[in-house]
Write a protein that binds this ligand. Structure first.
Ligand code: KG4
Ligand code: ZN
Length: 357
């Protein structure tokens, strides 16, 4: 089954053609980073206007690179939540137009679920592996920082999430404070390689590591506003040398990565999870990849990290998830609304080995 995926939830206009959820025929991502860089973050209306300018050419390029035409497409999948509503509406409306014109099914995909699905794109055999479950997934991006449990039947529970900034947002805001450009994650990752992660002892919030006990409710929740404020105080009114900036960002990155890894593996231990998934834009972070790899080996849990090219926003994960949703009958068709929020539950995932059993 050939699925055309469309993604416009934030600042990437993306389209992809994926066969049967796993065979990637094309993957086109047009980034608007340059347009938002001057603002140090994504401006929703600007994002929507840029999606409108780009969407036709991005979809046409995805089709032509796949070697297929719209008449070969069996379903259209588009991100419908969560995200910036003006941005979501561009891709979702475009997808609805294509679906209506071609009498094709339209599948509205949850972007967050798409990020989880991206973990299976490197090795699709994992989709049938019952022994991976129950698993714990860390979804860590510019919009989300959440720990989810997933059963082999696809049942999900959000175990914890950030109570303020997402980890990606914490990287982006730090880069803004230090005038390093946008998005902050990749540049901090690069500079931190030449810095000392022990130079500044930044707070590890909601871990109990700072002497304050963690309430049961916040056991798997995150908070990154404190470390961001600590960074602001550490650099305010100072002329830092290049090496000092590298030390600051290495220490800051270490504080964020430590907390992400500690909470994820604590959740995995609490659930006796067979495996840990890590996905979303911040899963590109080299320090995070190193730390979770070390922890997984030490604690003998299988680690599945999304391939770097599918960590940041893309439409392959949307087309892939859409394929499984279509197969499971999870479609709202042309009635699909666009929604800003994730919602309190993710519901059942359609791509686990016992989904629908
Ligand atoms: O998943 P994504 O493309 O968009 C959202 O769904 O939010 O994630 C974008 C986020 C940005 O905050 C960016 O700074 C962060 O991912 N990011 C990184 C790295 N690459 C991207 N953060 C840390 N290290 C990286 N190498
Ligand atoms: Zn994303």
């Amino acid at each position: 089954m050939n699925v055309l995926g469309i993604e416009t939830s934030c600042d990437e206009t993306a389209a992809a053609v994926v066969v049967d959820g796993v065979e990637v025929k094309s993957n086109v991502v047009s980034s608007q980073i340059d347009k938002h860089a001057a603002f140090g973050g994504v401006v929703p209306e600007l994002a929507a206007r840029e999606h409108l300018n780009n969407i036709s050419v991005v979809v046409e390029t995805a089709l032509s690179e796949s070697g297929l035409t719209i008449s070969d497409i069996d379903a259209v999948a588009a991100t419908c939540r969560p995200g910036l509503v003006p941005a979501l509406l561009v891709g979702l409306s475009y997808a609805k137009g294509l679906a209506a014109a071609g009498s094709l099914p339209l599948v509205g995909v949850n972007h967050f679920v798409g990020h989880i699905y991206s973990c299976f794109l490197q090795d699709p055999d994992l989709l049938t592996r019952e022994d991976l479950y129950p698993l714990v997934a860390l979804v860590v991006s510019g919009g989300h920082t959440s720990i989810i449990s997933i059963s082999a039947e696809g049942e999900t529970e959000i175990l914890g999430q950030t109570i303020d900034d997402a980890a990606g947002e914490a990287f982006d805001k730090a880069a803004k404070i230090l005038d390093l450009g946008y998005p902050g994650g990749p540049v901090i990752d690069r500079l931190a390689k030449a810095g000392d992660p022990a130079a500044i002892d930044f707070p590890r919030s909601l871990t109990g590591g700072n002497g304050k006990p963690v309430s049961a409710e916040n056991r798997f929740n995150f908070s990154f506003s404190g470390v961001k404020t600590a960074l602001l105080y550490a650099v305010r009114d100072k002329q830092l040398s290049d090496q000092e900036i590298k030390d600051v960002v290495a220490s800051y990155q270490a504080a964020i990565v430590d907390v992400l890894a500690a909470k994820t593996f604590a959740a995995a231990a609490a659930l006796n999870a067979g495996s840990v998934l890590v996905c979303g834009g911040v899963a590109c972070n080299s320090a995070l990849r190193t730390v979770v790899t070390y922890r997984a080996e030490k604690e003998k849990r299988r680690l599945v990290i999304a391939p770097a090219k599918y960590c940041t926003d893309n439409a392959v994960m949307i087309a892939g998830t859409g394929y499984h949703m279509y197969a499971a009958g999870m479609i709202e068709g042309l009635e699909t609304p666009a929604k800003a929020r994730l919602g309190d539950t993710l519901g059942c995932l359609p791509f686990t080995p016992l989904a629908g059993v």
